[in-house]
Design a protein around this ligand. Structure first.
Ligand SMILES: Cc1ncc(COP(=O)(O)O)c(C=O)c1O
Length: 376
């Protein structure tokens, strides 16, 4: 055993640059949210924290546009909420239909297999979206208990219209899981108006909060399916039949809530509510249109057809002969701007530009366009 003290010259005090974050997340964080994180830590059953939990749930119902009682933040990132959705909704042997038109749809399918789902996938090329008819036809061929789909595919920049998909799934007797990690709070969506059964997001994209909490909501059909399970949820940490006893009136300890992350989420949700959802959706759309027009003026081609472009995440095709990684490197080192390269099928072929929450500001769009103009 070596208990000698480490050489502290190897461990300097923490420091990080203040980047202009225009990638697929995390987005920039409003200083008000950062200040909320230094609020004193209290116990996870402290009366002040319990009151805060109720307020967070109320604000989440506003952001999801739902009256669902079972609406909570998961302690973890977007993937944890995805896993909470799948682990609770899917029982071993359940037929599951997953719509895959990008990286995150494929992740849902893989998770559903691991929870014992009999998974069938339908696919579209990356950058395209599904029609209700495609889901209806797949369910006629092979009925499923659960249908899962991504609203804003961060890997492709496509926005999936949901109304027809949800209707087709319900007509086929399935409940619907919708991933809104890259869209909630920036792109119009109403859980109740669309009649979505399970919807989840992450804190670090359009909600502009540091990564670490992931809101999720369960509607009545989903709760009935979970309550009717023959087997316990295989993931103890994400089992909502336990979590709802902590978030509901019983306040039974389940795990120690990440207090400071929930302070941050509360302040981020207050900011959304102060701005108002419709104004926020409008801001994201207006800035995205400004970005799209500017990119096209630079002669760049956008990967997704105009009607299906996701305002919060734009994929740009890398022009022939341009080293996409080199451009990103210079943007970061000389302009302090982070954008991302392509993921999966689009690796090396596209840039991904995010305009999410506090990052979605006119000055950021203008700076990025000016920098790209100079570099290309
Ligand atoms: C659409 C989508 N789903 C799920 C996730 C996973 O979230 P996280 O990386 O926060 O775990 C992401 C993250 O980028 C995403 O964009």
């Amino acid at each position: 055993m070596n208990a000698s003290a480490p050489d502290m010259s190897r461990f300097p005090e923490l420091s990080a640059p203040e980047r202009i974050l225009l990638g697929p997340g995390p987005s920039m964080v409003d200083p008000r949210v950062m200040r909320a994180m230094v609020t004193p830590v209290v116990g996870h059953l402290d009366p002040t924290f319990v009151r805060l939990m109720d307020r967070i749930q109320d604000l989440l119902r506003y952001v999801f546009q739902t009256a669902n009682p079972l609406t909570i933040p998961i302690s973890g990132t977007g993937t944890a909420a995805m896993e909470a959705a799948v682990a609770n909704a899917v029982e071993p042997g359940d037929a599951v239909l997953v719509c895959v038109n990008g990286y995150f749809g494929a992740r849902i399918a893989e998770m559903a297999r691991r929870y014992g789902g009999e998974v069938q996938t339908i696919s579209r090329p990356w950058g395209e979206v599904f029609t209700g008819e495609e889901v209806r036809a797949a369910l006629e061929q092979r009925p499923a208990k659960v249908v899962a789909i991504v609203h804003g595919e961060t890997s492709t920049g496509a926005e999936q219209p949901l109304a027809d998909i949800v209707r087709a799934a319900h007509d086929g007797g399935a409940i619907v899981i919708v991933d809104t990690v890259a869209s909630l709070g920036g792109v119009p969506l109403s859980v109740d108006a669309l009649d979505i059964d399970i919807c989840y997001t992450g804190s670090q994209k359009c909600l502009s909060c540091p990564p670490g909490s992931a809101p999720i909501t369960f509607g009545p059909r989903a709760v009935a399916k979970i309550d009717g399970r023959k087997t316990p949820v295989a993931n103890w940490y994400l089992d909502v039949t336990l979590l709802r006893q902590y978030w509901g009136e019983a306040r039974i300890y389940h795990h120690t809530a990440p207090i400071s992350s929930f302070y941050a989420l509360y302040e981020a949700l207050r900011l959304v509510a102060e701005e108002g959802l419709e104004a926020r959706w409008g801001r994201h759309r207006a800035l995205a249109e400004m970005l799209w027009a500017g990119l096209e003026r630079l002669g760049l081609a956008l990967h997704v057809a105009a009607p299906h472009r996701l305002p919060s995440l734009t994929t740009v095709r890398v022009p022939e002969g341009v080293d996409e990684a080199a451009v990103r490197k210079v943007l970061l080192s000389e302009y302090n701007i982070e954008i991302a390269g392509g993921l999966g099928e689009l690796k090396g072929r596209a840039w991904r530009i995010g305009l999410m929450g506090y990052s979605a500001r006119r000055e950021n769009v203008e700076l990025l366009l000016a920098a790209l103009g100079k570099l290309l």
